[in-house]
Design a protein around this ligand. Structure first.
Ligand code: RIB
Length: 295
């Protein structure tokens, strides 16, 4: 089994479904409200575990009821939570608005995630034994840099999702092996809207990039081979929340199993396509047999 460590966020997603998202100053009546376990870190951990990885999660939940539910949700998908800390105070939450096309907008309140500022005891050793370390930007950047640097010291592949998009500390891209932005994050990092040109620019800072393009699939670029695009299976999306996290979690498993990169990207795209056809983040992530059947 591919050993994967996720250093990242946990949120309780407070999900409102609407016909269309309100404009500033406008009130709309929604259709439905649910609480769904999420957070980019937890989502990637759950996606990777369901895709067949042996996954451990480093991060923090709060000491409230949401924290208990978040930990239980990870454990129920087979994620090891021994190094998922419980911090006194509230868990992270995300206000998620999903419109009739399945598109989302999200506001995150970090809560307990903000207490994770560096690696703690035993965490570098856990990372050292992994095939890949998955990172996002919903923990303090000091922790992300600490984790990526530890992985690099031990020759562990680092896969960074640069979301939410923000300026990165010097040195973080230098210890990133594979960067997986969506097209908006790639544009924010480079100032270049065209994904092909943005990928070229990013290759000056990291050796390999996958830009996810939603329903249009993904674009792979590497310093070692010509760029190529991989389509996404055509599906009707009901909720795209967590689709990128599903893609990245599945991709990490596929790379750990040494699937050729193009095959790995098709497999990850199949996982993400299954995710968008169901509501919620962690609730919508597929298990391995479904991904194998769909790819
Ligand atoms: O990527 C989707 C996730 O982003 C949601 O689950 C939400 O918690 C935010 O972190």
């Amino acid at each position: 089994m591919t050993a994967i460590v996720v250093l990242g966020s946990t949120h309780m997603d407070l999900v409102t479904r609407v016909a269309r998202a309100p404009k500033p100053g406008e009130t709309v009546t929604g259709r439905d409200f649910r609480t769904v376990p999420g957070g980019k870190g937890a989502n990637q951990a759950i996606a990777a575990a369901r895709a067949g990885g042996e996954v451990s999660m480093i991060g923090a939940v709060g000491s409230d009821g949401f924290g208990t539910l978040l930990r239980q949700t990870l454990a129920a998908s087979g994620v090891d939570t021994d190094l998922l800390h419980t911090a006194a105070g509230p868990s992270g939450i995300a206000g998620v608005v999903v419109d009739a096309e399945g598109a989302n907008s999200i506001v995150v309140i970090p809560g307990a995630n903000g207490t994770v500022t560096s690696l703690g005891p035993g965490e570098e050793a856990l990372i050292a034994g992994a095939d890949s370390l998955l990172l996002q930007l919903e923990l303090p950047l000091s922790a992300v840099l600490d984790g990526a640097s530890a992985a690099r010291r031990h020759g562990v592949r680092t896969i960074l999702t640069p979301a939410p998009a923000q300026p990165l500390p010097p040195g973080l891209l230098a210890v990133t092996d594979l960067l997986v932005p969506n097209e908006h994050e790639a544009a924010a990092l480079t100032g270049i809207a065209d994904p092909h040109r943005a990928a070229e620019a990013l290759l000056r800072q990291v050796p390999e990039v996958v830009i996810t393009l939603g329903a249009a699939g993904s674009l792979h670029a590497s310093r070692d081979s010509p760029p190529f695009a991989v389509p996404a299976p055509p599906v009707t999306a009901v909720d795209t929340t967590g689709a990128g996290d599903t893609f990245t979690g599945a991709l990490a498993v596929a790379l750990g199993e040494e699937k050729p990169i193009e095959r790995a990207l098709h497999w990850a795209a199949a996982a993400a396509a299954l995710c968008v056809q169901r509501p919620g983040a962690s609730t919508s992530m597929p298990y391995r047999p479904e991904i194998d059947n769909a790819s």
